[in-house]
Design a protein around this ligand. Sequence first.
Ligand code: NDP
Ligand code: 8X3
Length: 256
Amino acid sequence: MSSKTAIITGATSGIGKATALRFASNGWQLVVTGRRTEKLEALQKEISEKYATQVVILTQDVRQPESGNELQKLLNKLKIKPDLLVNNAGLAAGLAPVHESETNDWERMIDTNIKGLLYISKAIAAMMVQQGFGHIINIGSIAGKEAYPGGNVYCATKHAVDGLTKAMRMDLLPHGIRVSQVAPGAVETEFSLVRFKGDEQKAKNVYKGFKPLTAEDIADAIWYVASVPPHVNINDLLIMPTAQASAMQFNKQIND
Ligand code: NDP
Ligand code: 8X3
């Protein structure tokens, strides 16, 4: 059994949770974070019932500038050397044209998807440099490759993740730390429920008439990226549903 440790941010639902389960099933130790403690506890319980591996939970909001240091302190206290960081915590808020959108939504997306990723990456990359090994996988998006109407700030934040992934890879090259991006198209998770602020019908409609990706599909891809031999780095993996050709083009079969 491997005794490697992965840190996964935003593991209370969707891609983060599926990734935690995927890595736990392969014997990895985990440090999982998110804001909803009860969901983290439920995940910890599920994993401990199914797999013989250790799961540490940390309730935190990645938007807090201290989030990276807080995580680093916990790892140091537990003498955990992070093999892998999956920067997954993120969200979209709203889908309005730029002139009609809410500035509070912009703050949430920028603070979570860009600044939060940076706070966590700075702290964990510093540990990886010191220990001399590590791998960071950023969760980007098709929205980081293309734009779409109403996607404005969300697309900008994911373009930032795309750019940061490239730049972080350069910064960490001398230290042998791998930096990768996994960029999905439409995945059915809580993503649209969050984007539409709890409107279940609107969220469901996003995935109507085609087969979206599942969180497990993306967890499989993250597992693959983390499992290639140490001399190999998957720089960027763009994964789409077969029924989605681009950010805006779907093959939808809607009869009702
Ligand atoms: P979910 O809404 O299901 O999961 C998002 C996760 O991020 C939750 O665990 C949530 O935890 C966490 N999170 C959000 N804000 C914060 C915060 N401020 N601090 C800490 N954790 C936070 O969506 P997905 O699983 O789909 O999203 C995961 C990632 O995948 C995101 O980065 C998203 O942009 C990206 N993505 C999603 C796609 C999709 O179609 N679903 C496609 C492409 C990329 P909590 O609420 O408990 O804090
Ligand atoms: C999520 C995919 O197309 O809704 O990143 O922006 S999309």
